[in-house]
Design a protein. Structure first.
Length: 427
């Protein structure tokens, strides 16, 4: 078993390079299945969810060549339908993109139900609604998603999502890229990773327009061809390091970012008094002592991202006074609060709002990562707390952060990954 050991209380100074976006890389890699040719994907983050996707494609008959640390050649010419390995698929939420890709290419799909972070109820009814609108028959039981289009190819349609869903928007876009006719997706998610997948599909010869707005038009094509494509920088990784500079009272130059993607994060941090300088492809964040309390609600893009809620909560804990953090996306995104309480935070959660009584110092403690962003939040608190903090279950964190320890150590953090015996009771 592995854990992080952190000796906190040190301000961070220096440069941090942001990697490719996990939540763009997963759908781009899996949508190579709908392309059925050789693609070269660049700026791929080295995180376990990405390695899982590449492994799944290989098990399905695809060919993966690692060209360098962040570049892969992915040839899905020989991928067979309905061969996604259940044991791998169930490990992450993004597996459901296999369904859209297989439906678009083969007209049928049989995939294990996705896993991923426990953030409360995470249905896939909007994905199913989209696939059925395109002419597929979809059955979801306790273990699998089975989808088939009797007529062999999907037919375009108009789809209105009842809920703004990143996954459903991307999944239906992938499937519709090879449907017959023009599909209109309304109430679509507008996240940068939705735009990234649309740009990738268009680089392969698809005809997707309107991505980044709430209405996306997909003019289906009968064939797609391979391309070379670079993944956008990870706005959540960037935001996490912005918070690291702020909470430790240091100064970080966070490189390889698209400042526009960070607007809502920068705006709320500046409201707290943090100084943020925006350059073409980097942001410089300088921490300060007396922070202003704020109220915050997480919303679909371009609102404040839900995936930055836990990290922002750590910063809000340092501001004197009462701050409110409302979660507008998931039903149970506050599991991390219990871990922060162990570190001295004074937070009370009622329904989907956390009342944060700030101004109490974080105390070192032994805590665990309960999900990906919850895990990085306790790491941030550990960087602030004077003394030794240990973080277990770090596999959650390593699903979505490329070389977190290396990047933090390079700017002065005393953090290391250590092995420890697994005392889990062997029944
Ligand atoms: C993606 O999850 C991300 N995961 C999440 O990031 C992110 O928090 C989320 O989008 C919102 O931005 C990946 O991209 C792999 P949704 P996804 O569909 O697609 C409800 C991280 O930390 N909903 O936009 O699953 C759903 O329950 C992870 O990197 C339905 O009701 O999120 C939620 O309340 C955590 N029916 C809301 O919509 C559906 O069919 C938004 O979910 C689908 C979703």
């Amino acid at each position: 078993m592995e854990k992080y050991v952190i000796r906190g209380g040190k301000p961070l100074f220096g440069d941090i390079e942001v990697s490719g976006a996990k939540n763009a890389a997963l759908p781009v890699i899996l949508s190579t299945i709908v392309v059925g040719d050789k693609c070269v994907i660049e700026n791929v983050p080295d995180v376990s969810d990405v390695r899982l996707c590449l492994n799944i494609i290989e098990k399905m008959g695809g060919k993966i060549d690692k060209i360098d640390k962040t570049t892969y050649a992915i040839d899905t010419t020989s991928v067979k339908a309905e061969t996604a390995p259940y044991e791998l698929v169930k490990k992450m939420r993004g597996s459901y993109y296999i369904v859209g890709a297989e439906l678009g290419r083969f007209g049928k799909s049989y995939v294990g139900l996705p896993g991923g972070c426990d953030l409360g109820v995470r249905p896939i009814d909007q994905h199913v609604k989209g696939f059925e609108a395109l002419g597929a028959t979809v059955n979801v039981d306790g273990k699998h998603i089975e989808a088939e289009c009797k007529k062999g190819a999907l037919k375009a349609n108009n789809i209105y999502f009842d809920v703004v869903s990143v996954g459903a928007t991307i999944n239906v876009m992938i499937a519709a890229s090879r449907a017959q006719g023009v599909t209109i997706i309304e109430n679509a998610a507008r996240e940068p990773h939705v735009v990234d997948v649309a740009n990738f599909l268009n680089s392969c010869g698809a005809k997707v327009s309107g991505a980044g707005t709430d209405t996306i038009k997909v003019n289906g094509v009968s064939k797609l061809r391979g391309c070379s494509y670079a993944i956008i920088p990870d706005m959540i990784e960037a935001g996490t390091y912005m918070i690291a500079a702020a909470v430790t009272g240091g100064k970080l130059n966070i490189k390889n970012v698209i400042p526009k993607h960070l607007e809502s994060i920068s705006a709320k941090m500046e409201e707290m008094g943090i100084e943020i300088e925006e350059l073409d492809d980097s942001v410089i964040v300088t921490g300060k002592a007396d922070l202003e309390r704020i109220n915050l609600k997480t919303l679909p893009y371009p609102g404040f991202p839900t995936d930055m809620g836990p990290q922002m909560c750590v910063l809000m804990c340092l501001a004197h006074g009462l701050s409110l953090l409302s979660e507008g996306i998931f039903t149970n995104r506050f599991r991390y609060v219990e871990e922060l309480r162990r570190m001295g935070a004074n937070i009370k959660v009622h329904d989907r709002t956390a009342r944060i009584e700030g101004g109490h110092p974080f105390l070192p403690a032994n805590v665990r990562a309960v999900d990906l962003r919850a895990g990085v939040a306790v790491v941030l608190a550990g960087l602030v707390a004077n003394g030794r903090t240990e973080v277990e279950d770090i596999y959650h964190i390593e699903r979505g952060y490329d070389d977190l320890v290396g990047k933090l150590r390079a700017v002065g953090a005393d953090i290391r990954k250590v092995d420890y015996p697994d005392y889990t009771f062997q029944s």
